[in-house]
Ligand binder design. Structure first.
Ligand SMILES: [Zn+2]
Length: 440
């Protein structure tokens, strides 16, 4: 299987910020090799799957305009001169300050996410393939949002965050999230308006975040940062709170939440909030798989899992648990990283199977939980059945139904596919108990 972490010399090189460049650990972009042969990419960059542009004079984003007309690609106007590859076919010669860096970076991120997910999904056919053979990636100045839609992935600018303007074309998480929507559309098609209810919308947002989470977890530098800060202790709630606060990745911070369906029993008003129980359940499954792998591989004593069976005991023994993790991580950080990468791949296989299983039925959280339990049995033979079952149960998925839409606010963007990369609400960093104690 293709390992995107390795430089083989057979791919095309780009410079890429796996996390926003203003964060301490990510000042310098990484040199990343995309799994496409050098010389196969045209100026743009462009290939048979997608191309990036930085238009001049494009004033509004694609989608429905104020008059209700549908505005779609391709952009026909002038563009910033596209970056060309060097004589060997690579794009890593472009310095970050160059105006041509933006389209090169956006293309690299989107193409990386596609390459990661084609490992799990097989070849992806765009939902708009009958109309447009290629995805148009637009770096749009002066627009405060990002969106993925019919034939396009459009990246504006984050104007408000930390007093600085930065283009979403430089933000891997945003690009990966929007690519997530496009990968869901590729499998499910566009929704029937009749079926476009809260759980459908929440599912879309949760999947987009999970797709982004799996993608960003393909960078060793990101895995190492998470493990360094938590010493691999993603299991204990207090640590997860810390994890949520310190992790650079927006997707990881949002995934590590403690929201249950009870919050939406009377109704909902924002699909990104409604996504949190489903997203959190899958994140809990990832953490449980990681923990199990650490024990199975001898990095941690089996007794560590027993502590998690009982909340009081876990709290009383917090210090020794921290110490065990501290020592175990220091002994073999590479082993911890491998376990997290393997847990990530197992989660990705579940999600890919889920995307393949969903067409033809209603999108409800309860059905997703049921399908995932079946997928777990098929793929991992019941080894993580308890993690799957308890994670959904703790979120009250399948027991509490979502109430009605409370405020009929218009979706923030075209076909509900957008989210800015502004920092998440305090919800994700809340230091409260994430899971119930396990049953004996
Ligand atoms: Zn979204």
């Amino acid at each position: 299987m293709l390992d995107l972490r390795e430089t083989t010399g057979r791919g095309t090189r780009f410079r890429l910020f796996p996390q926003p460049f203003f964060l301490e650990s990510y000042r310098e972009p990484l040199v990343v090799e995309l799994p496409v042969p050098p010389g196969s990419l045209a100026p743009g960059p462009a290939d048979a799957r997608m191309y990036a542009i930085r238009p001049l004079g494009k004033r509004i984003p694609y989608g429905f305009t104020e008059t209700g007309a549908l505005y779609l690609p391709p952009w026909q106007g002038p563009i910033v001169p596209p970056p060309a590859p060097d004589p060997q076919g690579h794009f890593d010669w472009i310095p970050p300050g160059d105006p041509r860096f933006l389209p090169a970076h956006a293309f690299a991120c989107a193409r990386f996410v596609l390459a990661v997910w084609e490992r799990f999904l097989g070849p992806v056919r765009w939902h708009f393939a009958d109309v447009y053979p290629r995805l148009e990636i637009v770096c749009l100045d002066g627009w405060d949002n990002g969106q993925g839609g019919f034939g396009f992935l459009e990246l504006g600018e984050n104007i408000r965050w930390r007093g600085r303007v930065h283009s979403f074309a430089l933000n891997f998480d945003t690009i990966a999230h929007e690519m997530g929507h496009l990968l869901v559309f590729a499998h499910l098609g566009l929704p029937d308006p009749a079926g476009l209810d809260g759980e459908y919308r929440g599912f879309h947002e949760a999947m987009a975040d999970l797709i982004a989470l799996v993608a960003v977890a393909h960078f060793d530098v990101v895995l190492d940062e998470v493990l360094e800060k938590t010493r691999g202790n993603l299991y204990v709630t207090n640590e997860l709170g810390r994890f949520a606060e310190l992790s650079a990745s927006e997707q990881i911070r949002i995934a590590s939440n403690s929201v249950t369906m009870a919050e939406f029993a009377v109704g909902w008003s924002d699909e990104h909030d409604l996504a949190l129980p489903l997203l959190g359940a899958f994140f809990d499954i990832l953490v449980e798989i990681f923990q199990t792998l650490l024990v199975e591989r001898g990095h941690l004593p089996p007794a560590i899992i027993a502590f998690a069976d009982n909340v009081e005991r876990m709290q009383a023994f917090q210090h020794p648990i921290d110490e065990i993790h501290e020592k175990a991580y220091a002994r073999d950080p590479a082993g911890f990283r491998q376990a997290l990468a393997d847990a990530r791949d197992i989660l990705a296989r579940y999600l890919a199977a889920l995307l393949r299983s969903l067409p033809g039925g209603p999108i409800s959280y309860a059905r997703i939980a049921l399908l995932t339990a079946g997928i777990e049995r098929r793929i991992t033979g019941g080894r993580f059945a308890r993690a799957v079952e308890e994670s959904f149960a703790w979120r009250q998925i399948g027991r509490v139904r979502v109430g009605p839409l409370l405020t009929d606010l218009p979706s923030r963007s075209h076909i509900g596919s957008s989210r800015t990369a502004a920092p998440p609400s305090g919800r994700a960093g809340r230091a409260c108990r994430r899971r119930s104690p396990r049953r004996a």
